[in-house]
Design a binder for this molecule. Structure first.
Ligand SMILES: N[C@@H](CCC(=O)N[C@@H](CS)C(=O)NCC(=O)O)C(=O)O
Length: 205
């Protein structure tokens, strides 16, 4: 299998952590891809995904699996199922919902970053970027109070939270999340003891 990848992408990091934790990392070839908002990549759009986003998992028969959540679900099934996404019961739906919130936080952080850093200055819309940042911040505030996630078993929700906090450090280094959310800070430090989390920290910006 191949995975379109960038070390800066929090979504690709989620898949990398999951693949390591599931013991599947050696079965995946990481293929660096350049997809930039505001720039066409006709080959990628035609051959890999019309959405022009990474990560995409390309199976040996040439078919594709996306997006990052679906890739993790696919890998989880390959590893026997129920490892990072509970197989059934109320926990399954709680973990999936937590992950959806974290996914939305990452989407908002990315939009915020694109608005502030990629969009030409004269076209900036601060209220819109601030609104998206606030969604991410409100999500962090919510997870600060979720002891069940912070000290619970390692699932895709915890992986998602690690990716949110790592992306906050990477792209919004001055946002002060550690000071505002000490329980998230303790969680993040604990998670960094896992090899999968440590080796996937985004490169210095
Ligand atoms: N929902 C997607 C989001 C993926 C995503 O937004 N990837 C970003 C990189 S972090 C991207 O490819 N952006 C390029 C673009 O929008 O042109 C997932 O979970 O995989």
């Amino acid at each position: 299998m191949k995975l379109t990848f960038s070390p800066a992408s929090p979504f690709a990091r989620k898949v990398r952590i999951a693949a390591i934790e599931l013991g599947l990392i050696d079965k995946i070839e990481f293929v660096p891809a350049t997809v930039v908002p505001g720039q066409a990549n006709d080959e990628y759009s035609r051959d890999i995904s019309p959405l022009k986003k990474l990560p995409v998992l390309i199976l040996d028969d040439g078919s594709t699996v996306l997006d990052s959540y679906v890739i993790v679900e696919y890998l989880d099934e390959l590893a026997g199922g129920g490892k990072l996404i509970p197989a059934s019961g109320p926990t399954r739906w709680r973990v999936k919902t937590d992950h959806s919130i974290l996914q939305g936080m990452l989407d908002s952080m990315l939009l915020c970053r694109y608005e502030r850093m990629v969009r030409p200055k004269e076209l900036h819309w601060s209220a819109w970027a601030d609104d998206h940042w606030q969604r991410a911040w409100n999500g962090m505030a919510m997870f600060e109070g979720r002891q069940d996630v912070l000290s619970g078993p390692f699932t895709i929700a915890q992986i998602g939270l690690v990716c949110v906090l790592g992306y906050a450090d990477f792209r919004f280094a001055d946002c002060g999340w550690r000071k505002s959310f000490p329980k998230l800070d303790a969680f993040h430090q604990k998670m960094l003891q896992r090899d999968s989390v440590k080796i996937s920290v985004p490169p210095a910006a």
